[in-house]
Design a protein around this ligand. Structure first.
Ligand code: GDP
Ligand code: MN
Length: 398
């Protein structure tokens, strides 16, 4: 789960992390009042979308102006003007894809005078099974580019969960950023607070880009991006409340209601599979035969007929889907349950594209019989390979 920058900063502020003051606004009318509450003389007006690269982004509509999605205002009036220009318009950045994202809220922030910009991020490193820090003197740039062009400018290290964060880690951050004296102390303090927040809220990723030194010698987080471990969000109702469904794929929201592991992709073959491994293999084999999957979907081991029906509806609701492949290896999941779910769904939503079904495992004969007697135009398949070839051929015929 991702949250907006202003929410991330609000959360970090609770942990004592230095972030500029600011207010989120949803309407142009609120903009002036928000800006007035801040000191000035510079205000930053920032588009709140779940994507980075806003500063260098471009709005689709000419009336939004050509200054990007993060703008420095020199007066309260200018800040309000920027809000009016950007609100409701579509921002395209390197991370949004061509379609861009509609800006429905803006964050008005106290402007900072920047002396130096750094990069700092934290993530759960699966290899070491620890929380890792990634620190670089090259702030405000894409860390991927830095890693490619000057990897020596990136310092990474991880924290042993048995000891937790220690002064040593803070000193490593300070050293990597060439900070000394009071700024080194601030870096140590920041490191501890960020680690504490990361663990306390079950974050999966935290990125501060840029982390800055202000002209008056303060370390500050100027941007903040946080994503949370979806499997732990239930422990944090305060975090869950920050969810912005308008930023998420509607099909994925619907899937999450039924506890389905669904991820929208951009191909044409809708997939309903049980088990994450089999689902991955199904995506691979579709690709092998020259087409692309429209989604990843693991209906899970103990899916009910209702869940299967919901899954099928989500797949057919995707206008890109030109064919559907149901691939079930019945272990805990029973083939007859899948068959009944598919038929129930087809009865309510109809079936306008070819459907290939491969069933194997528990109650397979019963499942096949249910499908045969349904009168539906289903293409049966014997195994994964056969199923993939059949759906690819069917999609190409339409
Ligand atoms: P992103 O483009 O989505 O990563 O958004 P950022 O929050 O990182 O803002 C983009 C850039 O705007 C930053 O890298 C800074 O260079 C600049 N910027 C943001 N806030 C301020 C500010 O308070 N003062 C100044 N001078 N520049 C800022
Ligand atoms: Mn940034």
């Amino acid at each position: 789960m991702n949250i907006h920058e202003y929410q991330a900063k609000g959360l970090l502020r609770e942990f004592g992390v230095p972030v500029p003051d600011g207010f989120a606004v949803l309407s142009a009318e609120d903009a002036e009042a928000a800006a007035r509450k801040l000191r000035g003389p510079v205000w930053v007006v920032k588009s709140q979308i779940h994507a980075g690269g806003r500063g260098k982004g471009k709005f689709k509509e000419p009336e939004a102006g050509d200054k990007g999605g993060v703008r420095l205002a020199r007066s309260i009036e200018e800040a309000a003007d920027f809000v009016r220009q950007m609100l409701g318009h579509t921002l395209v950045t390197v991370q949004t894809g061509e379609a861009g994202k509609q800006v429905n809220r803006l964050y008005i922030e106290d402007g900072s005078l920047i002396e130096r910009e750094f990069y700092l991020s934290m993530l759960v490193d699966r290899e070491t099974a620890r929380i890792a820090f990634v620190v670089s003197t090259e702030g405000g740039m894409d860390i991927e580019d830095v890693a490619h062009d000057s990897p020596e400018k990136i310092k990474t290290f991880s924290v042993d969960p048995a000891t937790g964060v220690m002064p040593l880690h803070g000193r490593t951050v300070a050293e990597a950023l060439h900070l000394t004296g009071d700024l080194a102390k601030q870096a140590e303090d920041l490191t501890t607070k960020l680690y504490t927040a990361f663990v306390a809220k079950d974050m999966a990723m935290l990125e501060i880009n840029p982390l800055i030194v202000t002209k008056d010698g303060r370390l500050r987080c100027l941007d903040a991006k946080i994503s949370f471990d979806d499997n732990a969000v239930y422990r944090h109702p305060d975090v869950y409340r920050l969810r912005d469904e308008s930023e998420e794929d509607t099909k994925e929201i619907e899937a999450s209601k039924y506890d389905l592991a669904y991820i929208a992709l951009d191909g044409t073959i809708g997939c309903m599979v049980n088990g994450a491994g089999l689902a991955m293999a199904t995506l691979d084999i579709i690709q092998l035969y020259g087409e692309s999957p429209a989604n990843f979907l693991d209906v899970g081991g103990g899916a009910s007929e209702e869940r299967v029906t919901a899954a099928f509806k989500i797949i057919t609701a995707d206008p890109n889907v030109k064919g559907i492949l149901v691939n079930i290896f019945g272990g805990i999941m029973k083939c007859d349950v899948i068959a009944r779910g598919v038929i129930a769904a087809v009865k309510t939503v109809g079936l306008e594209v070819p459907l290939v079904v491969r069933l194997e495992g528990t109650n397979v004969e019963e499942g096949k019989a249910i499908i045969r007697s349904s009168g539906l135009n289903v293409i049966p398949a014997d195994d994964l390979d056969d199923a993939a070839q059949k759906i690819v051929a069917a999609v190409r015929q339409t």
